[in-house]
Write a protein that binds this ligand. Sequence first.
Ligand code: NHR
Ligand code: GAR
Length: 222
Amino acid sequence: MSDAVKPMRVVVLISGSGSNLQALIDGVVSGDLPIEIAAVISNRPDVMGLTRASNAGIPTLVLDHKNYPTREAFDVELMQTIDAYTPGLVVLAGFMRILTPAFTEHYLGRMLNIHPSLLPKFQGLHTHQRAIEAGESHHGVSVHFVTAELDGGPVAIQARVPVLTSDDATLLAKRVQRQEHIIYPLAVKWFAEGKLKMTQGKAELDGELLAECGYQIDAPDA
Ligand code: NHR
Ligand code: GAR
């Protein structure tokens, strides 16, 4: 009998281009990331992320939210679909549908999201434009545990980048996304290794509670 530990099964939810999914796939392929991506599920048909998954030999499913009468009905189906893959972790990677409290409760402590801001600043959408308009000197990205409160769950890791006077939302988003593709695989790796946990509503790394902003990475990267 082999005594190799089985990699943690992960289901990834996407809505679009899937560049964060690609960073996870690349981590698995290079051997850095001890997970098995069991399935990729999109709420939108025909998105690039589905092609990325298929190219990597990962099973894909589309659950189009437009085919469900309510958010609750969509979430019930999504939950059943995910659970058929028995994941240890659910990863939201550019997933754009707000999830119901029943859904977030079911995966509490085993679902992560990547949000393009330095939470608790700029929850919700259009974060890059809002950071520029607010005159912020820095912006960034957070990986957090998902709770019922939108973008309000405990932060695991945050990477910070400068905002330049020459920035527009597109340029700033690109700078932030380079950090996304570093910190999301890292957070998923820590979770799969049992280093990162959610306990009593807080994120914990190596047995120590993290501060509100999580583990901080300062990326000069101008
Ligand atoms: N659900 C819960 N309950 N909690 C969170 O923290 C969640 C969540 C669902 C998604 C990702 C989030 C982000 O990183 C996320 C976190 C979509 C919207 C949104 O307004 C807001 C935040 C996030 C994702 N969605 C619109 C809706 O009506 C649809 C927008 C669209 O389709 O383009 O669901 O920012
Ligand atoms: C990422 O920048 C992610 O932070 C953001 O969408 C992009 C998805 O890119 N997420 C949200 O805005 C969530 N509301 P990807 O599909 O290429 O990973």
